[in-house]
Design a protein around this ligand. Structure first.
Ligand code: GUN
Ligand code: ZN
Length: 435
């Protein structure tokens, strides 16, 4: 048995802290200890109490000026779009045509796919993200490459092959039959292998025929513990187009519901232009939204309504949506979420922002028994956030009086420099460069 311990300030969540006044929603140990046995959390608490019973031969790593937290969870990201982040232009549909589809066309090449998968995972780990729900491309090879790269680093990751059988370039088109066959083969190969999970991934209703969505829904019913991963209600032109393609549906979301694609572990990116019935259907079905604030700003898509979502009990967590999103960092994502709330005269408390990037993400993915907090037996994927990473952060943190103030500074001033280390199953994993 391998045992190690990490000493520093420790923060993790037990439930949604809401407006920040629910002190029982989180545990904060200003001088805390995390004890790890064989990659799992064995204890988490005040250092003074735990050190007394820790065997003398257990190595204790000290983390001064730092906050230890569960690794971040990115609930929606496109690994192939690592190649297009920061491509300026018009809104969603033109951006897909001009940048995304040409870049994705290269992922039938397994070597290219593997190189980009490695680059994307490097970025995620550099930014403290330890689990993500990930789009591949339409090519089977893209998913093989991503899962192989994730397995090599022992990551808990979710990925899927894009289903797209119409309204797209020929070299990115599958068919209802081939998409179904390939998805099934990938589920059999990867779902439940090591720490990996499969997501059935229709790109969006505009690029799938009804036959393809139907087959996806049947597959989701046949494999109920797989994920479903798609986009909905992101952009006005997209919504008008889906209305033309599916004139009988009550709403864009209803297209998915009619095809059996709303259930627990179904994650829909964006969910911006929703009505009350959509929010109610999301909440009742157990499906959840990935709120992608930097993408929504970059593509000019609109403002996710946190208060309306909360009013219906619709669950959501934070996501980068790279390459529509402008950063792999969940700290920058939290700041953009805060700003989107502000633009609507809504509040996002910094404690809640950190919840939505950790346990909140694990919860909507149904993975909170394994990751997202420091309960005993959880997987020891965690980050060490450096409160003195930059001169300005150090200066401002010196005068921060409360945990909430500290968190607000981390999300306002922080980037990957703040992530001093990222641990996977108790092992340092931020950089593959020699240390
Ligand atoms: N809708 C369909 N495909 C995409 C995509 O790749 N990115 C975003 N942001 N929205 C989409
Ligand atoms: Zn997306």
């Amino acid at each position: 048995m391998t045992v190690s311990a990490h000493r520093g300030a420790v923060l993790h969540f037990l439930r949604d802290p809401g407006d920040g006044r629910d002190a029982a929603a989180y545990e904060h140990h200003p001088d805390g200890l995390l004890v790890i046995e064989d990659g799992l959390i064995a204890a988490c608490g005040p250092a003074a109490a735990l050190l007394a019973s820790l065997p003398a031969d257990v190595p204790v790593t000290e983390h001064p000026d730092a906050l230890l937290m569960p690794g971040f969870v990115d609930s929606h990201v496109h690994y192939p779009q690592t190649e297009v982040i920061g491509s300026s232009g018009r809104q969603l549909l033109d951006w897909l045509q001009d940048y995304v589809f040409p870049a994705e066309a290269r992922f039938g090449d397994a070597a290219h796919a593997r190189a980009v998968a490695d680059a994307c995972i490097d970025e995620l780990l550099r930014n403290g993200t330890t689990t993500a729900l990930v789009f591949g491309t339409v090519h089977r090879e893209s998913v093989d490459a991503f899962f192989a790269a994730a397995a090599e680093r022992r990551l808990r990751m979710i990925c899927g092959k894009v289903l797209m059988d119409r309204n797209c370039p020929d070299d990115l088109r599958d068919s209802a039959a081939s998409g179904n066959r390939d998805s099934r083969a990938l589920i059999e190969r990867w779902h439940g292998h090591e720490r990996l999970h499969y997501a059935i991934t229709p790109r969006f209703a505009a690029t799938s025929s009804a036959a393809q969505l139907q087959a996806a829904g049947q597959l989701a019913a046949a494999y109920p513990d797989t994920f479903i991963h798609s986009h909905v209600a992101e952009n006005h032109a997209e919504i008008a187009w889906v209305r033309e393609l599916y004139p009988d549906a009550r709403s864009y979301l209803d297209v998915y519901e009619r095809h059996g694609l709303l259930r627990e572990r179904a994650i829909y990116a964006h969910c911006i232009h929703f009505d009350a019935a959509d929010r109610q259907r999301m909440a009742a079905s157990g499906a959840a939204a990935a709120f992608c604030p930097t993408s929504n700003l970059f593509l000019g898509s609109g403002l996710f309504d946190l208060d309306a979502s909360d009013a219906f009990g619709m669950r959501y967590a934070l996501a980068t949506d790279v390459g529509g999103g402008t950063s792999f960092g969940m700290l920058q994502t939290m700041l953009a979420a805060y700003q989107i709330a502000q633009l609507q005269d809504q509040r996002l408390h910094p404690l809640r922002a950190f919840y939505l990037a950790t346990l909140g993400g694990a919860r909507i993915l149904g993975l909170d028994e394994r990751i997202g907090h420091f309960g005993i037996g959880r997987e020891a994927d965690f980050v060490v956030l450096d409160l003195a990473a930059t001169p300005l952060l150090e200066r401002r943190c010196r005068t921060a009086r409360t945990l909430a103030e500290q968190l607000m500074l981390l999300m306002t001033l922080g980037d990957d420099r703040v992530v001093r280390e990222t641990f996977i199953l108790g092992q340092p994993a931020k950089s593959r460069l020699p240390r």
